[in-house]
Ligand binder design. Structure first.
Ligand code: ZN
Length: 160
């Protein structure tokens, strides 16, 4: 079966920047599963998956516009000092873990104003040209339940 609308695609990936430095990889871990056609993965990668089959290996280079978007300079978000661990010596320019609206995330501090910490609100991969090495490990038709829920069930999908 080929990847098309409402296929469940399972794949391994290695993501590198355009210098070849590894950013993230599923190697040695579980592959990723997604429901094709639902915008669950970045647009450039979803487009590159169309027509692929189980066993296919390919690499694709994706421009920021088809990935995490361009960087917006000066896009700043305020976090309370309490969002960071108490004993941290927070310095502008450094990256720390903090409790954000989207859960725990790594944020780059751009400044401190009283008890507010200013962080760069861009996605860490915004503005970057990304290279994916992909190995498709399975393609199957989604079940009716999966299509109506809009996500993958079973191992590594939603509901465990
Ligand atoms: Zn469900």
């Amino acid at each position: 079966m080929q990847v098309s609308e409402n296929a469940v695609v399972t794949f391994h990936y290695t993501l590198t920047d355009d210098q070849g430095a590894v950013i993230e990889s599923s190697e040695g871990s579980h592959p990723l599963a997604y429901l094709h056609g639902q915008g669950q993965i970045i647009p450039g990668l979803e487009a590159a998956m169309i027509g692929r089959q189980s066993g296919d290996k390919f690499s694709v280079e994706i421009a920021p516009e088809q990935a995490y978007g361009p960087r917006t300079e000066g896009l700043v978000e305020h976090l309370p000092r309490q969002a960071f661990e108490a004993d941290l010596d927070i310095k502008p320019g450094e990256t720390y873990w903090a409790d954000t609206e989207d859960g725990e995330a790594e944020v780059q501090v751009v400044g401190i104003e009283g008890d507010q910490v200013l962080v760069d609100a861009n996605h860490p991969l915004a503005g970057m040209r990304l290279r994916f090495q992909i190995e498709v490990t399975d393609v199957r038709k989604a079940t009716d339940d999966e299509v109506s829920h809009g996500h993958v069930h079973g191992p590594h999908g939603a509901h465990g």
